[in-house]
Design a protein around this ligand. Structure first.
Ligand code: FNR
Length: 368
């Protein structure tokens, strides 16, 4: 019997699910609360219909693009997800190498199981951004910024939707802990080991976050961050036009429309639902990007048609990693890229510049 080809992200998820322990699988998979928004992140894409244009010579496609002056082979990057060595022993390095091969940006989480420096050495040819959480001890954050600059990361992604962590029921039920052979590799002491050995009835990651992250942060802290670095600052977790306008006022270079993979607060909109008001408010001035629920080529297309400059995937890369390390992520990205190329061709777009908002319509327009 020959092995069956994996043809979509769901196939990678199934493979990963067969390979991961419950503690890790539930951590990677979960959303907050009833997980309404987790489903909505997919459902909202399905409520958008494509309006293809025909007879437009699609024999040659060019889907490359630039973000902050960096060349991407296509408009998809890897979102920051914490603790990737739970998925595969090579963790973040394997994921970042696969991203580099695919011409995608890789965003490293503050809560990684590989240090900034090891990631930079392990994946030198990948465009890397660093995702920042602000610790109560500001010197910690400042050191992370210095290290990111030194290790050639090209942007800082400040996650603004996580002053505390959301209530992910499975993690509480499982007493989620980072396995004891792993640490948060950017840190020493309790800041490195603090996600292990959770107390009964608690999620180790939530306990860590509430003891270490600074929940007092406000927009003024963006000014502080800007004052200590020349790297472009991207805020991640914007879901309203109001916050998008603040991101612009405080001098951010870009933003990621995101609900953190539906892991923070349930019943917020899907990212694709929040995108239009944000593009309308700041799309001319900021680089607007999106993550959440991207699983196939036409999802990428819809986000671009509604004004995103690039999209990111979180879980799909974790599934590829768990399935087969670097090769698994490469394979997942290749499946996704081919699917996006098919979408581009069948909608009649040769380049990303050919994509227009008229190529996507909400299902309600067809219900009349
Ligand atoms: C995340 N996300 C996240 N975001 C962040 O800013 N820092 C982090 O450390 C993490 N960690 C993390 C772990 C896991 C397991 C998941 C699933 C997500 C959120 C992530 O960057 C992104 O917003 C979502 O994953 C995007 O949704 P999809 O692609 O997973 O549907």
């Amino acid at each position: 019997i020959t092995a069956m080809a994996l043809v979509c992200v769901e196939d990678f998820e199934k493979k990963a699910a067969g390979q991961l322990e419950k503690n890790a699988l539930d951590y990677y998979r979960s959303g907050a609360g009833e997980q309404f928004t987790l489903g909505l992140n997919r459902e909202a894409f399905r409520r958008l219909r494509l309006r293809p244009r025909c007879l437009r010579d699609v024999s040659r496609l060019d889907i490359s693009c630039h973000i902050f002056g960096e060349q991407m082979k296509w408009p998809l990057g890897i979102a920051p997800t914490a603790m990737q060595k739970m998925a595969h022993p090579e963790g973040e390095v394997a994921n970042a190498r696969a991203a580099g091969k695919a011409g995608s940006i890789f965003i490293l989480s503050t809560l990684s199981t590989t240090s900034l420096e090891d990631l930079a050495t392990g994946a030198p040819d990948t465009i890397k951004w660093f995702q920042l959480y602000i610790y109560k001890d500001r010197t910690i954050t400042e050191k992370l910024v210095r290290r990111a600059e030194k290790a050639n990361f090209k942007a800082l992604v400040l996650t603004i939707d996580a002053p505390i962590f959301g209530h992910r029921r499975a993690d509480v039920r499982n007493n989620f802990s980072l396995p004891s052979h792993l640490t948060l590799a950017n840190f020493q002491g309790v800041k490195a080991t603090g996600v292990g050995n959770a107390a009964m009835g608690a999620s180790g990651i939530n306990a860590y976050v509430s003891s270490q992250f600074d929940p007092t942060i406000t927009w003024k802290d963006i000014a502080w961050l800007k004052g200590i670095t020349h790297l472009p600052i991207v805020v991640k977790g914007v879901l309203t036009a109001e916050d998008a306008v603040l991101a612009q006022e405080f001098g951010c270079a870009g933003l990621i429309v995101s609900n953190h993979g539906a892991r923070q607060i349930d019943t917020v909109p899907a990212s694709i639902e929040a995108l239009p008001e944000i593009v309308e408010a700041v799309g001319e001035n900021l680089v607007v990007m999106l993550d959440g629920g991207i699983m196939q080529g036409n999802d990428i297309f819809k986000a671009l048609a509604l004004g995103a400059k690039t999209v990111f995937v979180g879980r799909p890369a974790v599934w590829g990693l768990a399935y087969n390390g670097q090769k698994g992520v490469e394979e997942m990205l290749s499946v996704l890229r081919k699917d996006f190329e098919i979408t581009m061709a069948l909608i009649g777009c040769q380049t990303l510049g050919d994509i227009t908002s008229a190529m996507v319509a909400h299902e309600s327009q067809y219900a009349k």
